[in-house]
Design a protein around this ligand. Structure first.
Ligand SMILES: C[S@@+](CC[C@H](N)C(=O)[O-])C[C@H]1O[C@@H](n2cnc3c(N)ncnc32)[C@H](O)[C@@H]1O
Length: 925
């Protein structure tokens, strides 16, 4: 081993033939020597009880962890070399280095058919091509980025591919940048630090992101498939036509056998339910014995007692029988019903012992969300998931993969082989209408359907092997570029302020149970996720929404600490419900981030639109930044003062784009509107436990005194010039889409209507009535008149016409041009019109409204009623804000008890006050 400066390893080099390699500042004669050196260090580290006690440490023996690790770049446990990786390849934070970017949304639906993306599946994946655009926007070549919920490691792939882009893709992106009037993106690889709680995930991440010898891999994989065929090919033979010719089975279809609820006879589901003319499963079909109408729901499950191949003890499982064989003879595919020979062959295979590599461990049924789908059908252990022939095939494949000598090639072979773990199991459903039966399992659940395709290993893997050759022919993975750690994101072993950008796609509530789902593959690897710190909502593991929020917040707090000040995080979020969305917002701001943009893909337009209200079941792209050290330090001195408020607003406005166009129109930027600026400012204070020194009215008035306003948005003086200049080139201003569901959105909607066009009650009434169809059931109904009176001003025809109305009339009516403000004809036309108050008056309007809202809040508090069914959510918001200022946490907690749980959980601001009050009152959130 020599010191730095020697020759470095070439990409994708075969470790046996390359020369010296450099790693973490040390030089080794070969990759094997590098690996041996760090494996030894890891072996020693694993002996430390403290290290092993780290929360999120995978469950597995030292030997199994070492066998799969490739240190220092990848460890199947928390990576003790991560700090050195950052020290060697990162750049220390230097506040003097200027950095400024605006938020940027990516299209997460792009690139889902790319061969690299499809090289290995995972329960949810973000395509690397989408991530690359964000990386190019936020970072420079050589920067270090992080994804702490990295799943299959697409963030690492994207970081590396910025240095080896597909030429067509590069051309498109260059053109986009040019069209937007920007300098071309800086292509060049970025480094990435990836982590995940699940060993199954980090194993995929590492294999995607570490160089390997493609030719050696292909040769070994082909050899294994060939050897397997010569050993167990006989298990997949079936007679063709006259019986003398042998066809080779692609897949065998098995059907579950039920009992008829009327006559008790056996019903072979597929035989009866499948309509041969349409190849569809019928909703209703007659019993072949008693002709009674049957449906899937009224059939009775039939259990069969078998001998467990592992324990040799009796074992009860739902009954399956083979009903169809699809095989190849010559160059053609054929189908047949299994004959006696086929059945004899299957029972011969069933008598064979299981290969030693087939896992026999139990599923943690009681702690699994989908345990109740497995156990009642008899599937409680891993080997139960495989029919005897599939178990033989998968077991032998695994044995051969593990026997590959070169460790890097071996891991790639396992990466290839593990892709048959689900596909060979009973989870693979038969789809008569599907061209291919490969990987037809239901995503995200353990579901054994009533019809199963038992595929041959070659049917699954031959094509995969060919495709992998194509996937990896672009040699993008470099040495010393990506480091992978296995463990909780809350404990990422990385120094603070060392990360230039974060792209992440966290778990989202209770949709996908990663630890449970990864259990099957991890059983083959013999290293398991420690699911305790897994950030999910899962009753089976006693994790509710609060637990999820808490778990997310500690992880996000870690991300916040690791990120350099002033830098950005893009978070992709598959929003499953409003309460999960509110929880994640609370976790984000609670961790210290400031959200600057939230967008969702408009599937019809193929472009992103801003999310202004609650956003159920949409993919969201959230751009958030860590305020730069300057603001945080100044805020320490200014906190609780007006200056702190305006310093925050100034800094926040600086982070927002000045001008956004969409289809030639100017788009209103939600974040620049007074309401959202107010909410962001309040959240910034509350999360730092600082009293908000201004009321809403004062804030609005202060905004207009300090910052120029255009089209209902506020700007910094230097930004407004850009806005004005570009505004002239666009045709019109596109307003945000507002759905009127409650008082808050009704006011926003009215403001939008009245901003440029003061109107009378009659003019606006019919439109308003059309908008309120979706009014929420818990929200007190509001009269239009009250909304107008409480939030806007009315010109009664006396005195001068207010300038807002004057402006509108004189621009839109020829005969009213150039008239003085007190001209009788103008006054007559202006009479009874409502208008948006100017900022100075806005303070008074808001003051009056706030008073009324607080009165209502006080009434709610006094009410003896345990639960409020209908109420003004705005009163609760105002009340919480007021109570927080008074340190009156019990007022918040009392009223929170009275409103429906889902209302509290779905409103990010209410949730913020509530969670913080719980903590302040000494009751854990
Ligand atoms: C939505 S997936 C990420 C998928 C990824 N974007 C991809 O392209 O494959 C979320 C991941 O978070 C992981 N996870 C859940 N809780 C975690 C925690 N506390 N620390 C680290 N990872 C966690 C899960 O194992 C899962 O792989």
């Amino acid at each position: 081993m020599t010191k730095p400066g020697s020759q470095s390893a070439s990409l994708f080099a075969n470790s046996e033939v390359t020369g010296a390699v450099e790693c973490l500042g040390l030089t080794f004669p070969s990759e094997d020597a590098r690996r041996a050196h760090f494996l030894e260090q890891l072996r020693e580290k694993l002996k430390e009880p403290e290290f092993r006690r780290t929360e999120g440490f995978p469950k597995g023996s030292d030997e199994d962890i070492l066998r799969l690790s490739d240190p220092p770049y990848f460890t199947l446990c928390p990576n003790p070399f991560m700090e050195d990786f950052i020290r060697c390849y990162g750049k220390a934070y230097d506040p003097a280095v200027p950095y400024a970017r605006k938020p940027f949304a990516v299209d997460v639906s792009e690139g889902k058919t790319d061969p690299i993306y499809t090289a290995h599946s995972y329960h949810t994946k973000v395509p690397h091509k989408a991530i690359m655009r964000a990386i190019l926007h936020y970072t420079e070549p050589g920067d270090v980025m992080l994804d702490g919920f990295a799943g299959s490691g697409m963030t690492g792939v994207a970081a590396q591919l910025c240095g080896a882009p597909d030429p067509d893709y590069k051309k498109v992106v260059d053109e986009e940048w040019r069209a937007a009037g920007e300098a071309p993106p800086k292509w060049g690889a970025r480094r990435a630090v990836l982590g995940d709680l699940s060993p199954a995930a980090t194993f995929i991440e590492a294999n995607y992101n570490t160089p390997f010898d493609l030719a050696a891999f292909q040769k070994a994989a082909q050899r294994i498939l060939d050897e397997l065929k010569s050993e167990i090919g006989w298990m997949y033979e079936t007679s063709h036509d006259d019986g003398a010719k042998k066809g080779f089975i692609n897949y065998t279809v098995w059907s579950e056998v039920f009992s008829c609820p009327h006559c008790g006879s056996e019903v072979v589901f597929l035989q009866e339910a499948l309509d041969p003319r349409t190849d569809r499963v019928r909703e209703q079909f007659p019993c072949p014995h008693c002709s009674a109408e049957l449906t899937k729901d009224n059939l009775k499950r039939r259990m069969e007692t078998m001998i467990d191949p592992a324990t040799r003890a009796p074992w009860e499982r739902v009954r399956f029988i083979p009903v169809l064989i699809n095989y190849t003879f010559g160059a053609k595919k054929h189908e047949k019903k299994p004959d006696l020979q086929d059945l004899a062959l299957l029972s011969r295979i069933a008598d064979l012992p299981l290969p030693g590599t087939v896992p026999l461990n139990h599923f943690p049924i009681a702690e699994m969300y989908h345990g109740s789908r497995l156990a009642p059908k008899g599937f409680t252990r891993i080997h139960h998931m495989y029919l005897p022939r599939a178990a033989s095939a998968m077991g032998r494949l695994w044995e051969k993969a593990q026997a590959v000598k070169d460790s890097r090639t071996r891991n790639m072979i396992l990466f290839f082989t593990e892709q048959a773990v689900w596909g060979l199991s009973l989870l693979n459903r038969y789809g008569p209408l599907h061209f291919s039966q490969v990987n037809r399992y239901l995503n995200g659940v353990y579901y054994v359907a009533s019809q199963h395709s038992e595929c041959s290993p070659w049917y699954i893997l031959d094509g995969k092997l060919k495709r992998l050759g194509g996937s990896f022919k672009r040699h993008f993975a470099g040495s010393e570029t990506v480091a992978v750690t296995t463990g909780s994101a809350a404990l990422l072993p990385i120094p603070n302020e060392s990360i230039d950008y974060i792209f992440t796609d966290p778990p989202f509530g209770e949709n996908i149970f990663y630890a449970d789902l990864n259990f099957l593959v991890e059983s083959w690897h013999k290293v398991f996720t420690d699911s305790k710190p897994e950030a999910i909502v899962d009753q089976a593991k006693d994790k509710d929404l609060h637990a999820y929020q808490r778990l997310m917040q500690v992880c996000l707090k870690k991300f916040y600490d690791l990120l350099k000040p002033g830098r950005w995080m893009t978070m992709v979020f598959h929003n499953s419900s409003n309460s999960v969305w509110a929880a994640i917002q609370e976790a984000l701001t609670g961790a210290g981030f400031v959200v600057a943009d939230v967008r969702t893909l408009d599937k019809q337009q193929g472009s992103y639109r801003q999310v202004t209200s609650t956003a159920v079941k949409q993919d969201l792209v959230i751009s958030a930044y860590k305020p730069n050290g300057g603001l945080e330090k100044r805020f320490e001195l200014e906190k609780g003062t007006d200056e702190g408020v305006w310093d925050f607003v100034r800094t926040h406005l600086r982070q927002l784009p000045a001008f956004v166009t969409k289809d030639g129109n100017v788009e209103v930027i939600a974040e620049r509107q007074p309401y959202l600026l107010f909410d962001r400012m309040v959240a910034f204070h509350v999360q730092r436990s600082v009293t908000v020194p201004v009321a809403v009215g004062e804030f609005f008035a202060g905004l207009s005194q300090r910052f120029p306003e255009r089209d209902g948005m506020y700007f910094l003086p230097e930004q407004v010039a850009e806005y004005d200049q570009k505004r002239m080139t666009a045709s019109e201003v596109r307003q945000l889409e507002i759905f009127v569901r409650n008082e808050k959105s009704a006011i926003q909607w009215l403001r939008q209507q009245l901003q440029d066009k003061p109107q009378t009650f009659q003019e606006i009434h019919s439109q308003f009535m059309r908008e309120i169809a979706g009014w929420e059931k818990h929200e007190s109904p509001m009269e239009l008149r009250d909304l107008l009176e409480q939030n806007f001003l009315l010109y009664d025809g006396q005195g001068e016409v207010p300038s807002q109305i004057h402006r509108y009339l004189s621009t839109n009516f020829h005969d009213l041009r150039k008239l003085p403000k007190d001209a009788p004809v103008l006054r007559a036309k202006a009479k009874d019109r409502y208008f948006v108050p100017d900022p100075a008056k806005e303070a008074d309007v808001q003051k009056g409204r706030e008073k009324a809202l607080l009165r209502e809040f006080a009434e709610y508090r006094e009410l003896k009623q345990k639960k409020l069914k209908v109420f003004r959510l705005e009163a609760i918001r105002a009340g919480f804000r007021w109570a927080w200022q008074q340190n009156n946490y019990s007022a918040i907690l009392d009223v929170a008890e009275k409103i429906p749980e889902d209302v509290l959980q779905e409103d990010a601001m209410l949730l913020m006050w509530y969670t913080n009050s719980l903590m302040r009152a000494g009751r854990q959130a």
